[in-house]
Design a protein around this ligand. Structure first.
Ligand SMILES: C[S@@+](CC[C@H](N)C(=O)[O-])C[C@H]1O[C@@H](n2cnc3c(N)ncnc32)[C@H](O)[C@@H]1O
Length: 185
């Protein structure tokens, strides 16, 4: 069974307390986004990463299978006067974006929710030029997050990705409850 984050709980994803265990400045100090880059925030939710990212790069595709989450993300962007986010609704097997349109794809707290990870990750490869980042929950007790039995251990994700010829580049232990993996697509 796959645990899907309940849309009605969207505000939980913006709880300021999150900064203590998934700190954005730490994230940016690792990924060092550049002004000319195009990013895809896949499974963006209401935009915890999307909005701060959009302030640092050329363009962000906010991608989610939930039209509700996309509308929350865009509403928040409008409130902050951010105009370089394009919302894209995707399916479980298809991301409607052209080949290699993005430099870097971010999947934050999404991998464990994928119903068709093989097909989905092929789509991620197809749209991504340079790097794929996977951030997801360690199966350990934590102040938030999906049920522990629904989380996917880091080694399993690494094996999955390597079998599909994503080249692992970095494994960064920056967050207490999450792994942070960077791949070449
Ligand atoms: C736990 S939330 C994480 C949101 C955001 N990345 C964050 O870290 O705050 C997971 C998000 O992934 C979305 N999602 C679930 N399955 C998806 C899929 N196959 N493709 C794209 N988005 C998906 C959900 O709608 C939800 O917005």
């Amino acid at each position: 069974m796959v645990f899907k984050f309940p849309e009605d709980n969207w505000q939980v994803l913006l709880n300021p307390e999150r900064e203590s265990w998934q700190n954005l400045e730490e994230f940016f100090s690792v990924v060092k986004p550049k002004k000319d880059e195009v990013w895809a925030d896949i499974g963006c939710g209401p935009g915890y990463f999307t909005l701060p990212l959009a302030k640092r790069v050329n363009k962000v595709y906010a991608i989610d299978s939930s039209p509700f989450m996309l509308s929350k993300c865009l509403e928040r962007a409008e409130e902050e006067g951010i105009d370089n986010i394009e919302a894209v609704e995707c399916g479980e097997e298809r991301i409607p974006i052209g080949d290699k349109e993005v430099d870097i794809s971010l999947l934050a707290n999404l991998f464990h929710e994928l119903l068709k990870p093989e097909e989905f990750m092929e789509e991620v490869r197809r749209i991504t030029r340079d790097r794929v980042i996977i951030i997801d929950w360690h199966p350990v007790p934590s102040p938030a997050g999906p049920p522990i039995e629904e989380r996917i251990p880091k080694d399993e994700v690494l094996r999955f990705m390597e079998r599909r010829n994503f080249k692992p580049l970095e494994d960064i232990p920056v967050f207490p409850y999450h792994y942070f993996l960077i791949f070449e697509p």
